[in-house]
Write a protein that binds this ligand. Structure first.
Ligand SMILES: C[S@@+](CC[C@H](N)C(=O)[O-])C[C@H]1O[C@@H](n2cnc3c(N)ncnc32)[C@H](O)[C@@H]1O
Length: 292
């Protein structure tokens, strides 16, 4: 019989702290899904500024049709993103991820192209290459374009399962995509759309949408939703121990899963509490706005 990877208390949690110190608190096999999006080791401080622009004749910014705007800084959030030995930083944390996954569980590990190869070798070592399920490419189209090389417009999501003979995966739960050439399939198939592949085209978090929290490097709920719907059932428990703005929690709450979110940055915890309610899920569906 399947043992649900759910905490009997079912409590959603948002925890402030160094993840390596907090992870030993949780029992082996207690999560059905772990999504992590660690700092990418860019060597920079990740900062996001939220500005308010107001029309003003003498404003310092020029917008559409030459209109001038003056801007005020509403908030700034940031965190450091540099580790001298990135693999050594990740290794003990990924050991915990392996230990914490339920037998049917799945890890989604989000990383950028500069570190993906090193991380895959590390994950092969910890999980075993037989537990590697997919390399998902999240492709977006935003920001500047280098003229000196092909502009990098994707992140990599490495997917590992705890047990290749037991993992849960239900592609029918996931949103479908339009066919590229709908004329080549039957009208019924074209109307239903196709199952997503391992290449996911999805916009970044829209700068003016309700989903935007203002936290740097916030990931779109749309990509996390696919992971949650395919790899968990309602009532399952999800973990993100590099949680940032709490995207995983927002998606989990909107779909009847519980969550534990950990971040060492007090600003992240503030943003998550605002997004999800003070006690985690408290405040109900409305507090998970933009995640559904
Ligand atoms: C790339 S962001 C995560 C963004 C998140 N996926 C979202 O959608 O908002 C990485 C986060 O990891 C946190 N972090 C970095 N090192 C940490 C550590 N050792 N323990 C806990 N959190 C950490 C940072 O504060 C940052 O918020």
């Amino acid at each position: 019989m399947r043992v649900r990877a759910r905490d009997p208390a079912g409590d959603d949690q948002i925890l402030l702290g160094e993840n390596l110190e907090l992870l030993p608190r949780f029992a082996d096999g207690s999560f059905q899904l772990i999504y992590i999006d660690p700092p990418f080791n860019t060597g920079r401080t990740q900062t996001r500024r939220t500005l308010r622009a107001v029309r003003a004749e003498d404003g310092e910014r020029v917008g559409f049709a030459g209109r001038r705007y003056s801007t005020t800084l509403l908030s700034r959030s940031s965190y450091g993103d540099q580790h001298h030995d990135y693999v050594a930083f990740l290794e003990p944390r990924l050991q915990h991820a392996h230990r914490l996954l339920a037998r049917e569980g799945t890890l989604y590990f989000h990383i950028d192209y500069r570190e993906a190869h090193r991380c895959k070798l590390l994950l092969d070592e910890i999980f075993g290459p037989e537990c590697f399920l997919n390399e998902i490419i999240w492709a977006y189209d935003y920001g500047g374009r280098s003229k000196r090389r092909w502009p990098a417009k994707h992140d990599t999501i490495l997917v590992y399962v705890r047990d290749p003979d037991a993992y849960h995966f239900d592609s029918e739960e996931v949103d479908r995509e339009p066919y590229m050439a709908p004329g080549l399939v039957t009208p019924e198939k074209a109307a239903a759309g196709k199952l997503p592949t391992d290449v996911w085209w999805h916009t970044i978090v829209p700068t003016n949408g309700t989903e935007k929290t203002g936290y740097p490097t916030q990931k779109p709920a749309g990509i996390v939703r696919r992971m949650v719907l395919a790899s968990t059932r309602p009532g399952d428990r999800c973990l993100d121990f590099f949680a940032g703005s709490g995207t995983l929690g927002a998606v989990a709450a909107a779909h009847g899963r519980s969550y534990v979110l950990i971040d060492s940055n007090p600003e992240a915890v503030r943003v998550m509490r605002e997004r999800l309610g003070a006690r985690g899920r408290g405040g109900g569906r409305a507090s998970a706005a933009g995640a559904g």
